[in-house]
Design a protein around this ligand. Structure first.
Ligand code: 0X9
Ligand code: ZN
Length: 300
């Protein structure tokens, strides 16, 4: 069966996701949210315990080499379905969860050959791929992105030049009126990032609330294993970066209240090659913080 002791191939992850509807009848359905350049599905699961709940979107694996992101997103999905903890259960059952662990399946498969691959796999001259977290159509190419193919932060030939971001953006728009939260998972650096990433210092209308909720969530995260996170707006905490998914989601769908991007473990000792023994601890502490975010959102 599936487990969180190791990192898994795309096929194994998809096989596990496709097994969930039979294991949890009436609560899980699979969704094809998009497609990749090489023709793969971008597969998600919707977890729903009752009708009428607000929706949360969980995005993982937009950057291919950040293997802890798909592992953490699948860990969280599994806990939402199986945890006996009353706090987890209450939050799990209070939302509809749209869970997409691998936004960049071609890149993820390619990291088996070239472990440090980040981008998509569409050819641009003699180089391959664009940065799928620079390719979204809100303030595209407005800071911290490259117009040169071959660069790791190449933004693509135009906004949504990549079939992955184009197809997923259509899917997200199709369910946007149901969404109240969008949370992305990357690695590494132990940061909890708040939009927006582009140049010009735009912040969400509820930036203070996002900072307060995020700081409390980071405090809760640290309680389990002492893992320290820094919380703040993208340009302050990391760097200016435009064309990111969360920026487009929030910029285009202003009713969404909660938008965060995690940079998961660690701070550089192992970097992208986080040992598999850290998958479960990372999953546990990250879930603690997710539960905290939604508890706070419902309390105010
Ligand atoms: O540069 C990125 O895309 C992210 N860091 S990473 O090391 N995982 O590549 C930061 C994402 C910032 N988010 C947005 N601009 N929305
Ligand atoms: Zn990343």
């Amino acid at each position: 069966g599936f487990n969180w002791r190791n990192y898994h191939s795309l096929d194994k992850i998809y096989q596990w996701m496709k097994s969930l509807p039979q294991l949890y009848p009436g609560r899980v359905s699979t969704i094809v949210g998009g497609k990749s350049y090489e023709g793969r599905q971008i597969l998600g699961v919707k977890i729903s315990f009752k009708p009428g709940n607000k929706g949360v979107f969980l995005e993982g694996g937009i950057h291919a080499r950040e293997w802890i992101a798909p592992a953490t997103v699948t860990y969280i999905a599994n806990q939402l379905l199986t945890s006996n903890d009353s706090n987890v259960r209450a939050v799990a059952e209070s939302r509809d969860w749209y869970v997409f662990p691998v936004f960049n399946p071609d890149g993820y498969v390619y990291t088996r050959t070239d472990r440090m691959w980040r981008r998509t796999r569409k050819p641009y001259g003699s180089c391959y791929g664009a940065d799928p977290n620079r390719n979204w159509g809100y303030h595209w190419m407005n800071g911290g992105a490259s117009s040169t193919p071959c660069r790791d932060t190449f933004a693509g030939s135009s906004a949504f030049s990549e079939i992955e971001t184009k197809s997923l953006s259509k899917f997200i728009s199709s369910i946007a009126d149901k969404l109240d939260a969008y949370i992305g998972f990357h690695s590494y650096s132990q940061l909890l990032l708040i939009p927006f990433g582009h140049a010009g210092r735009e912040v969400p209308s509820n930036n203070k609330e996002l900072l307060r909720i995020g700081r409390n969530a980071a405090r809760v995260l640290a309680k389990r294993y002492g893992t320290k996170y820094t919380v703040g707006n993208i340009p302050e905490v990391i760097y200016v970066a435009s064309g990111g998914s969360s920026d487009w989601v929030l910029g285009t769908h202003r009713h969404i209240r909660l938008a965060y991007t995690y940079e998961l473990r660690d701070t550089g000792r192992h970097g992208f090659i986080l040992p598999p023994e850290q998958i479960i601890p990372t999953g546990e502490e990250t879930l603690d913080s997710i539960v905290s975010i939604f508890q706070q959102a419902d309390a105010s």
